[in-house]
Design a binder for this molecule. Structure first.
Ligand SMILES: [Zn+2]
Length: 249
């Protein structure tokens, strides 16, 4: 069994497709995830996580006139560090532009984004007061989507844990999205609560808009300096373009 640490090798998409077909997690229609009048509150540790975690859900909810708020936990300024190509301030600025372009590609003409500006890689530091900040932004009627609290990246875990605490205080429904889990886990992995996994099937337009949204994240799709490949590799892109999104409930 591999560790939860994010390493270079990952479980490839054909393996996951075969496993998911055999597992056949229960499918819920959009209305069962959230009502048209519910606000979808997405807690995204880095720019692009709102697409990777739940871009299809966001597209479908918005297409029927639903409201959303994206809480941008960090601006993802550490994705290239150390880098001679990008300093942190310039990269944070660029990634915020990419985030907005990605959200527009999902159909949000005027995306509602709150940037918390927490340090990328250190969102779990208690001094960030992430739970308190989420408490202040959340309303009891929100349906909250956050990265899974055991996703295996410190910022994703921090966002998931803080979202769980704040949702419990407000009594919000919480949906947890695995993102990095698909990288380090394996089919039938005993560390994964497979019985809690449910699916939202996506139509062709949702997948197409997700593809367009992901392509807005140019800094993540191009090779980094010092011979490092792009952050979003082929396996991640293939997962993002599945005909379904999967969440823990
Ligand atoms: Zn992330």
């Amino acid at each position: 069994m591999r560790s939860r640490l994010i390493q270079d090798t990952s479980t490839l998409e054909p393996t996951w497709r075969e496993w998911l077909a055999a597992l056949a997690p229960p499918t819920r229609a959009l209305d069962a995830w959230l009502g048209r009048d519910d606000r979808l509150l997405i807690i995204a540790p880095h720019p692009d996580d709102e697409v990777l975690a739940c871009g299809g859900l966001l597209f479908d909810h918005h297409a029927r006139g639903g409201r959303s708020l994206i809480v941008a936990v960090t601006d993802g300024e550490a994705s290239h560090a150390p880098s001679a190509q990008w300093d942190a301030v310039a990269l944070a600025h660029r990634r915020n532009v990419e985030r907005l372009a990605g959200l527009r590609a999902l159909g949000l003409d005027a995306p509602d984004v709150v940037r918390l500006g927490l340090p990328d890689g250190r969102a779990a530091d208690p001094r960030t007061r992430l739970t308190e900040r989420l408490l202040a932004l959340m309303a009891p009627t929100d349906v909250v989507v956050a990265t899974w609290r055991l996703d295996g990246h410190p910022d994703h875990d921090a966002a998931g844990s803080a979202a769980a605490q704040a949702s419990a205080v407000h009594g919000c429904r919480l949906i947890e999205a695995p993102v990095w889990m698909w990288h380090w886990a394996e089919p039938d992995d005993p560390r994964i609560p497979w019985h809690r996994l449910h699916a939202l099937e996506l139509g062709v337009p949702a997948v197409a808009h997700k593809r367009a949204a992901l392509s807005a994240h140019v800094t993540q799709l191009t090779a980094r300096d010092a011979g490092r490949g792009p952050v979003l590799d082929g396996a991640i892109i293939a997962r993002a373009l599945r005909g379904a999104e999967y969440f823990f409930v």
